[in-house]
Design a binder for this molecule. Sequence first.
Ligand SMILES: [Zn+2]
Length: 230
Amino acid sequence: MGKTLDIEKNKINKDKFDYEGDNHLMSSLESSLLDNAFDLSDDEKIAIIQEYFKNIMLTLGLDLNDDSLKGTPHRVAKMYVKEAFIGLKPQEKPKISLFDNKYQYGKMLVEKNISFHSCCEHHFLPIYGKVHIAYISSGKVIGLSKMHRIVNYYSRRPQVQERLTVQVFNELKNVLNTEDVAIFMDAFHLCVSSRGIKDITSSTVTIESGGVFKEDNKWAEFISIINESK
Ligand SMILES: [Zn+2]
């Protein structure tokens, strides 16, 4: 028998979920995954999602014989598994190598304007924006691009911005072996701008700080560096 998904088990209560989605409740710090989340191979997942997406398009009344639409179910399925949600796979977690802080640099290092794309887990619409990260070395330093890779890994999955912020913050504290980490995330949510309230100007800011960044003056220094133009 081919592998199938237990759809019945996850039957939804429409009213309850409409309410929760619009109120942006956060379920847990870990992204919620089923026990069997990795039983299927990527190709098996693509084949299944492709069929479901084809059915969504057919249900909407789209003619899949049209040349322009024909390949869409496959394109969407492949994009979900290989790009947009690739951060669900633990083996995609970036391997971080640390280096000795040979320069004895003891001030904060700020990596500004790290751009990211994620996906709102309530509406499956894009979230995109910028993250600013600061840390003070505890004796080790991290390659600059690794901060981008960590942001990317946690972004590439269905998310809420609050969880994404905390996940990136915790991972940085973990790999850098310090509490002295600060993060400022500013993002646009297409579920706010393109539907619902349809506000195209607002953005959402989430922050987290540990160690010395909990002190007002350190946090203020971080913010002033972020706000400095080039
Ligand atoms: Zn949303």
